[in-house]
Design a protein around this ligand. Structure first.
Ligand SMILES: Nc1nc2c(ncn2[C@@H]2O[C@H](COP(=O)(O)OP(=O)(O)OP(=O)(O)O)[C@@H](O)[C@H]2O)c(=O)[nH]1
Length: 820
């Protein structure tokens, strides 16, 4: 059956009526742009499922009611609906498919294009046109003759869009380097014949070429040519009703091009075939439709939309530029780190103003565009406001942190503050201030882009670290203070005990040390409680305190055991035993005293105390103290404190050195003691006083019995008494001494002056002596000659100037002394 029909068609005869199943048509894409699920089954019903590649696909493109369905029915014997002449309304909706009678051709009748702006409907026009172009081998472009040369009327605008998207979607070359081609068969209807087909052909070719050149091609296809993708063919059909025979003739000829492979203009060339086996066509087409449907490039705007886009852009631009001017005023202060007061209020009002301005002018335009552009404007406004908001948050953060630090420091002034309370108060205030400032700056509530919680978290984190730092500093200060107090407290008792060398000396010192340390630790723990210190921090601080306390003790001991101090201590200890007796009375050594044994005993006793000082070791081990190991281990990172070594005060060599030094001092005392016995022996004997009384008796009586002398004696005694009573003895003695010294000095000076004068006389005399020896002899012998000679000598020296040529003054002085 099929083969006989095929033969008939090949002969150019009109298609015969086909069995029902074969002539069945199917709406592959309906009004709702849904692709049918039934195509596969229909292809099977058409008997094409097993056709392999032996089938063809043809579609039609053109304005509504231009006789497309009539043409297809005439060419392929299909059963597409044809418009009822009496009703004149659009018949084909969506895309229909039918099998060509007697041929393996799938024919698609596509809803006609309007050629005018029709808003929403344009979407389907574009999509259906693109679909037919992409899925068929031959696309019949059906148009009236009078449409030729009319850009819009001939759907050239639509073709441009379709070409452009087709190129983008399906234009890529296949693995063999070629791309599938399509034949665009222009069928010019109602061709009268006044304009030859060649002319119409040229006009259409030109239009298509122009469209191709103006396409926005993908970069990789920018050099592609129209001929790489399309072949153009043209044919004309006379008026169906005016010249029906000619119409039928032309139609038959055209049909022949579809069915007869021998026809030189046979349209189904292998190059146009999509190489999809017939059983995959349904799936393939569905895929193409899906791609076409989801393609955004086809959502082109209508004229109204275009206008709306243009105007809305303009209006939005004006609103935005005014808005930008307003925001500029606060940009700088924010950038310079200032917290701008009422920024949120300002930002809200700028934003509302800009939107109101836009709404007022743009809401009259296409609502979709207006709304889209409004959203764009809002995004632009917010993207300008956002940096201001974030800047304000940063500045708030900084200023709140500064206030926090200030509050902390203020809270920590004076005594008796509770650190935890100070921190809590400062933190609450800081967080409150920040939240208030941040909330004020929020432009839109409940929006993610105006969140400030993250910044608050950062602020909290920094506050924590500031508080921690403060706590550490305060703890450090406290430990320093405790150390200072500790030093003060141990200084005196340690000094006292070190001055009393005794076997329990270190016991006493360590007792004091322990008591004071315990107090210091208690003091620390009491304070640390308010500081909210962690257990670990407390451990470290206590270990530090213990070590510092020990070092302080050690320093005090060092200070009290320097060479000079320890030697003086030894001397004092020795003196106490050597120079004082057991009752503490100073000893006056008498020749009969046993100085040697006292000296030896005192020295031995003193030397015994040197080892006592050399190491901190209490007599009772219960009193000993060791630095807890935790302290040394905790501080090991800083410096390894060797507690054991710190117990030793003098090394062996130092002990020997000190002993030797002390021995020398002691020897000196011994020598002094010995000398004092000798001097006491050299004293005036008592009998001498008896002799004095006997010999001076007469003179004493003379004074007693002579009234003048006696009165003077009385006056002298009374004066002496008064001076003693008034305590003027010392000052008087001083004055007398000073006066006596001055008198002595004056006298000495005078005498020197006197004895120096003859020295100048000598040269004169020496020179004159050469001439007259008698003069010299007389001057040496005569009394008081010095003075006379002086005058002469001075006169001569002044006149002759020979002073320097004579004897040296020392020599002269010697001679003068001799002459005296
Ligand atoms: N003048 C003229 N009229 C024709 C020709 N072919 C068909 N018609 C008439 O044009 C009208 C529309 O024909 P259809 O075949 O339905 O046109 P269509 O393009 O498929 O219409 P839609 O599917 O509605 O877009 C019908 O009344 C036909 O009788 C033709 O060659 N010349």
């Amino acid at each position: 059956m099929a083969s006989s029909t095929s033969t008939a068609l090949q002969n150019g005869s009109p298609p015969q009526s086909a069995p029902d199943s074969l002539s069945q048509r199917i709406q592959i894409i309906d009004d709702t742009k849904t692709f049918t699920n039934d195509l596969n089954a229909q292809i099977e019903r058409w008997g094409l499922r097993d056709a392999g590649f032996s089938y063809n696909v043809v579609a039609v493109f053109g304005s509504q009611s231009t006789g497309k369905s009539t043409l297809l029915n005439g060419l392929f014997g299909t059963t597409f609906d044809v418009m009822d002449e009496s009703k004149r309304q659009q018949t084909t909706k969506g895309i229909w498919m039918c099998r060509g009678t007697g041929m393996n051709v799938m024919v698609m009748d596509v809803e006609g294009t309007d050629g005018r702006e029709r808003g929403e409907d344009q979407d389907f026009e574009r999509k259906s046109a693109l679909f037919s172009l992409a899925s068929s081998e031959v696309l019949i472009v059906n148009l009236w003759e009078h449409q030729v040369g009319l850009y819009q009327g001939a759907n050239m605008g639509l073709l441009k869009t379709v070409f452009e998207v087709n190129l983008g979607l399906f234009g890529k070359k296949g693995p063999d380097g070629t791309n599938s081609r399509t034949l665009l068969l222009f069928v010019i209807r109602d061709h009268i014949g006044t304009t030859p087909l060649a002319n119409l052909e040229a006009t259409l070719t030109q239009d298509v070429m122009r469209i191709w050149d103006s396409l926005a091609k993908p970069t990789e296809l920018k050099d592609s040519q129209l001929s790489d993708y399309f072949d153009l063919a043209f044919t004309a059909l006379p008026h169906k009703y005016l010249v029906p025979e000619k119409f039928q003739e032309a139609l038959a000829a055209l049909r022949n091009r579809f069915v007869s492979k021998d026809d030189p203009n046979f349209v189904f060339k292998p190059a146009y075939h999509k190489r999809i086996p017939a059983d995959g066509v349904a799936f393939y087409m569905e895929g193409i439709w899906e791609q076409v449907q989801t393609n955004k490039d086809l959502d082109l705007p209508t004229q109204q939309e275009l206008l709306a886009q243009f105007r809305c852009d303009e209006i939005s631009g004006v609103a935005l530029s005014e808005f930008n001017e307003q925001t500029k005023s606060q940009k700088r202060p924010i950038e310079s780190g200032r917290v701008v007061e009422d920024l949120g209020k300002m930002m809200k009002s700028w934003r509302t103003e800009a939107l109101a301005r836009y709404d007022r002018d743009a809401s009259r335009y296409h609502q979709g565009v207006y709304k889209r552009k409004r959203a764009d404007l809002l995004a632009a406004l917010d993207s300008t406001l956002s940096p201001l908001f974030l800047g304000q948050l940063k500045n708030l953060h900084k200023s709140c942190l500064v206030t926090f630090k200030k509050d902390m420091l203020q809270g920590m002034t004076g005594e008796g503050y509770n650190f935890a309370d100070v921190v809590e108060q400062a933190r609450e205030k800081c967080e409150g201030d920040f939240a208030a400032g941040a909330m004020e700056a929020v432009v839109e509530e409940d929006s993610d882009s105006w969140g400030w919680e993250e910044e608050l978290e950062l602020l909290k984190e920094e506050m924590r670290s500031v508080a921690n730092q403060c706590r550490k500093d305060e703890t450090k200060k406290m430990v320093n203070l405790i150390e200072k107090t500790f030093k003060k407290q141990i200084s005196e008792p340690v000094e006292l005990h070190l001055n009393k060398p005794a076997p329990n000396m270190w016991d006493n010192i360590l007792k004091v040390f322990k008591d004071t340390l315990e107090k210091a630790e208690k003091q620390y723990l009491a304070k640390a409680k308010s500081f909210d210190c962690t257990e670990e921090e407390n451990d470290v601080a206590l270990a530090d305190i213990r070590q510092r306390a020990w070092v302080a003790l050690r320093q005090k001991v060092d200070e009290q055991t320097t060479d000079a101090v320890i030697l003086s201590k030894l001397r004092a200890h020795f003196e106490e035993r050597f120079r004082y007796d057991e009752h503490g009375v100073p000893r006056v050594w008498k020749p009969e005293d046993d100085i040697d044994s006292v000296f030896k005993k005192a020295k031995d006793q003193t030397l015994e105390i040197v080892p006592l000082y050399s190491k901190i070791s209490p007599a009772d081990s219960a009193n000993s103290w060791t630095l807890p190991p935790s302290a040394s281990s905790l501080n090991s990172s800083e410096d390894d404190f060797d507690f054991e070594a710190s117990l030793v005060i003098f090394t062996e060599t130092k002990v020997i050195d000190l002993t030797n030094k002390f021995r020398r001092d002691a020897d000196a005392y011994y020598v002094e003691a010995k000398r004092s016995t000798v001097s006491s022996i050299a004293q005036i004997p008592a009998w001498m006083f008896g002799v004095l009384v006997v010999l001076g008796w007469n003179e004493a009586m003379l004074v007693l019995f002579n009234p003048l002398y006696f009165t003077m004696l009385l006056i002298g005694l009374v004066s002496a008494y008064l001076i003693m009573q008034l305590g003027l003895a010392g000052p008087l003695y001083q004055v007398t001494r000073t006066v006596a010294a001055e008198v002595q000095r004056q006298a000495t000076a005078k005498l020197r002056e006197q004895f120096a004068q003859p020295a100048l006389e000598a040269p004169v005399r020496a020179t004159s002596a050469a001439a007259n020896t008698t003069t010299r002899t007389s001057s040496r012998t005569a009394n008081g000659v010095g003075a006379a000679g002086n005058g002469v000598a001075r006169g001569l020296r002044d006149t002759t100037g020979l002073g320097r040529g004579g004897f040296e003054p020392e020599e002269l002085r010697r001679r003068n002394m001799e002459s005296m």
